[in-house]
Design a protein around this ligand. Structure first.
Ligand code: GTR
Length: 376
């Protein structure tokens, strides 16, 4: 049966039957990092790739970086600005994407870097995105480098034109495949190219790279980090359905709702589960395990019921068991969602929930940066 109006009533949440992260498809018990890496993790990764997000192709022929100078640096007292054109070629065709990178002037050592995947305008007439959403000066003052790119420069956030970026230019064979490259994968691919730049940058400590996304780009950040082990910390703010939150709860945004409004985000296969979340052989609690033992951070807002804060917390509480049971981290969330009282910052996993509505705010950043300080 297809659901038309969203459910916000906890008593109507179905009983959850969730796949066990520690039992392989053939029924063996997974208890060691080796069994996790060689057996269970690939099984789970393949399921997410084919049934939820679609592929992120890893191959290309060449990549080059060129600095441009088109924008006034609004933080020139404390930061250098690099506007980088990243040109990637494959099969005789190329695509150029732009990242903007701020480097702290005061630090002599290599700086950790935070990449924000952004879907709001970053630069227009030299104006930066909202300073609460991307608090560049605050990050710089803490000795962090920070970069962003606009998702639309690799795949427009639009159901009819999303292929008019890297998908049609570099990876046209992905078009029409039920598990092919879609917009989230394309944005993630771009984050990986930004990482390629960080890795060869003399002023960046790429071992300490942090990937941040809000909402649709929070979903993207999680899938990117599952594909690319180079991110030390992955932060998904209010990523909700298809991100942090358990789909099978059908609370707030459902699989059908998201696939209908945003058919360009996920693999076409994901539509099979419209109104049929119970048929999914995975759920989002298996996603943090694909990132473990690298750090994962989630946050929610109480006024953001559409994203299902409780489902987001459960996704991490259950998912962090891979970090604790397999990798021996102190990563057990002892409180239930109802008992939460302040941020929970554990070893390699963290969570906070705040009052207010769906947004990435300075309050979120501040609490997350505490976690970063403890983790890096
Ligand atoms: C909403 C969508 C959410 C979330 C959000 C956002 O419209 O339903 O899944 O992605 O947009 O990105 O702000």
């Amino acid at each position: 049966m297809s659901q038309t109006s969203p459910n916000y009533d906890e008593s109507k949440v179905p009983a959850l039957i969730l796949p066990d992260p520690f039992v392989s498809e053939k029924g063996s018990l997974i208890q060691t990092p080796e069994a996790w890496e060689t057996i269970r993790r690939p099984e789970i990764f393949n399921l997410f790739e084919s049934e939820v997000y679609g592929r992120i192709p890893k191959d290309f022929d060449s990549i080059s970086f060129e600095l441009a100078q088109e924008t006034r640096n609004p933080f020139s007292e404390i930061a250098e600005l690099e506007e980088v054109n990243i040109r990637v070629s494959r099969n005789g065709r190329s695509h150029t994407l732009r990242i903007n990178l701020f480097l702290p002037k005061a630090t002599k050592e290599k700086a950790p870097v935070i990449l924000l995947v952004n879907y709001l305008p970053t630069y227009s007439d030299g104006k930066l995105v909202d300073e609460a959403f991307w608090p560049v000066p605050e990050l710089i003052r803490r000795g962090l480098a920070t970069a962003s790119f606009h998702a639309e420069t690799v795949a427009p956030d639009d159901a009819t034109s999303y292929q008019e970026g890297i998908i049609s230019t570099l990876y046209p064979e992905e078009i029409g495949k039920p598990d092919g490259l879609k917009a989230f994968g394309a944005w993630g691919w771009a984050a990986m190219r930004a990482m390629d730049y960080f890795e060869q940058h003399p002023k960046i400590d790429a071992q300490k790279s942090i990937l941040v996304g809000h909402s649709r780009t929070g979903k993207t950040a999680l899938w990117t980090s599952a594909n690319d082990p180079r991110w030390a910390i992955t932060y998904a703010n209010e990523s909700g359905c298809g991100g942090a939150a358990l789909s099978k709860r059908k609370f707030g945004e459902t699989v059908e709702a998201i696939n209908t409004r945003f058919p360009h985000w996920f693999a076409d296969n994901f539509r099979k589960y419209n109104g049929r979340e119970e048929d999914l052989s995975l759920d989002q609690h298996l996603l943090p395990g694909l990132i473990a033992p690298r750090a994962v951070y989630y946050s929610s807002a109480r006024g953001d019921q559409w994203a299902d804060p409780k489902g987001e917390y459960l996704g991490l509480q259950l998912g962090a068991r891979v970090a604790s049971s397999i990798f021996g981290k102190n990563a057990t969330f002892h409180s239930s969602f109802e008992e939460l009282n302040g941020p929970v910052h554990l070893e390699g996993v963290g969570y906070h929930i705040r009052e207010g509505k769906h947004d990435l705010t300075w309050e979120d950043w501040k609490i997350f940066l505490d976690f970063v300080g403890k983790t890096l």
